[in-house]
Design a protein around this ligand. Structure first.
Ligand code: FO1
Length: 318
C-alpha cells in the first residue's frame, strides 16, 4: 500500500504515474482541502477535483485544472447578468460541485461525498480529504489584508507578496477517517511535488498527521517541487522566499527534515545533493519533470525504489 500527501496538478501527475506501476486500488491519496472555497452556495474542492479528474483521465492537462472539453455557458451568462465570475466554474465541472454540495447538505461528510464522486468517475484509487472539518488557507498580503487562498491564487493571480500564512480551523480539525491508518499502514508514504507551504502545509497542520509521518519518517519519500530554484507551476518559489525559506531543493529538504527520510531532487539540482544530506535526508537525483504520463511513471518508480518498495511493471489504469 502506498499513501501520498497531495496538492494539485504536480501531485495528480505523480499519482497518475504511480497507478501505472502499482495497482491503483493499493494507492491512497490524502488531499489538501485548504484551497476549498464556498461560492454561489457551492462547495468547491479544487485539489480533490484535480486528483479525481486526472486519475479518471478527464482532466484538462493544458489548463492544469478542471475538465477537458469544458464549456463556459453558465459563467458567461452569470457575468452578463452581473454575477460573480472571477472564479471560473465550467459547465461540466459545475455538476461535480452541485453533487458534492447536495450530498453535504444532506448530511454526508466530505469524505463520503468524495468517495461517491470517485466511484462515479471510475476512480478506484482511494481519495481522502485530509479532514472533513473545514480548514481554510489564509494569506496576509504584505501591507495588505488577509485573504483566502483562491482570492490570492486566482483573484490576484498570486502576483502579490505575502507576509504570513495560516490554516484557519486546522487546530480543531481531525484527520478524515482512514487518513492516519493509511499513513501508518503504507509501505511507503510519498510527499508529492506540491507546494510545501500551501499544499502540504495544510495537512501537516491537522493534528496527528505530521506526528504519523514522523513516526515512520525513514519510509517517507518527498519529491522537490522546486527545480533549479524555480517552481514548475504556481507561486511556490516566490512564497518560500517571501516567508524566509531558501528557494531551492535544500530549502524544501529543511522544511521536510522532521517528516521525510528521503528527498528526490531533479538532475538540474545534482549539485545540491550534499546540502540535502546536510539537512538530514537521503538524496536521490533523478529526472522529476512529468511532461507526459511515461515520465510520471518513471518518477513514480524512482520514488518507490528510493523507499525500497517493490514495483511491478504493467499498466494499471484507474
Ligand atoms: N484557477 C484559475 O487560475 N482560475 C480559475 O478561474 C479557476 C477556477 C477553478 C474552478 C474549479 C477548480 O477545481 C479549480 C479552479 N482553478 C482556477 C484552479 C485552482 O485555483 C487551483 O487548482 C488550486 O486550488 C491550486 O492547486
Amino acid at each position: 500500500m502506498i499513501t501520498a500527501l497531495a496538492g494539485g496538478v504536480g501531485a495528480a501527475r505523480l499519482l497518475r504515474g504511480l497507478v501505472r506501476i502499482v495497482p491503483p486500488d493499493q494507492v491512497t491519496a490524502v488531499v489538501n482541502t485548504g484551497d476549498d472555497i464556498e461560492l454561489h452556495g457551492l462547495h468547491i474542492s479544487p485539489d480533490i477535483d484535480t486528483v479525481l479528474y486526472t486519475l479518471a483521465g478527464l482532466s484538462d492537462d493544458e489548463r492544469g485544472w478542471g475538465l477537458s472539453g469544458e464549456s463556459w455557458v453558465v459563467m458567461d451568462r452569470l457575468a452578463a447578468i452581473g454575477g460573480d465570475s472571477w472564479f471560473r466554474l465550467g459547465d461540466r465541472d459545475l455538476a461535480t460541485h452541485l453533487l458534492r454540495t447536495s450530498r453535504l447538505a444532506a448530511g454526508a461528510t466530505l469524505s463520503e461525498a468524495t468517495a461517491e464522486l470517485a466511484s462515479a468517475l471510475g476512480v478506484v484509487t482511494r481519495v481522502l480529504p485530509m479532514a472533513d472539518d473545514p480548514v481554510r488557507t489564509k494569506l496576509t498580503l504584505r501591507n495588505g489584508p488577509e485573504v483566502g487562498f483562491q482570492e490570492y491564487f486566482v483573484g490576484r493571480r498570486h502576483a502579490v507578496a505575502v507576509s504570513s500564512l495560516r490554516f484557519a480551523g486546522a487546530a480543531a480539525a481531525r484527520p478524515a477517517p482512514g487518513v492516519l491508518e493509511a499513513i501508518g499502514a503504507a509501505t511507503t508514504v510519498v510527499l508529492c511535488p506540491s507546494n510545501p507551504l500551501l499544499s502540504i502545509g495544510p495537512p501537516l497542520a491537522v493534528p496527528g498527521i505530521a506526528d504519523a509521518l514522523t513516526d515512520r519518517r525513514e519510509t517517507v519519500v518527498a519529491v522537490s517541487p522546486i527545480v533549479a530554484g524555480a517552481a514548475l507551476k504556481g507561486p511556490a518559489d516566490r512564497l518560500l522566499g517571501e516567508l524566509g525559506h531558501e528557494v531551492s531543493a535544500v530549502g524544501v529538504a529543511r522544511l521536510y527534515a522532521g517528516i521525510a527520510g528521503t528527498l528526490v531532487i531533479d538532475e538540474a539540482d545534482a549539485a545540491l545533493a550534499g546540502g540535502v544530506r546536510a539537512a538530514g535526508l537521503r538524496c536521490v537525483v533523478a529526472p522529476t519533470i512529468m511532461s507526459d504520463p511515461e515520465r510520471a511513471a518513471r518518477l513514480a518508480r524512482t520514488v518507490l525504489s528510493a523507499a525500497g518498495h517493490p514495483t511491478s511493471e504493467g499498466s494499471h489504469l484507474a
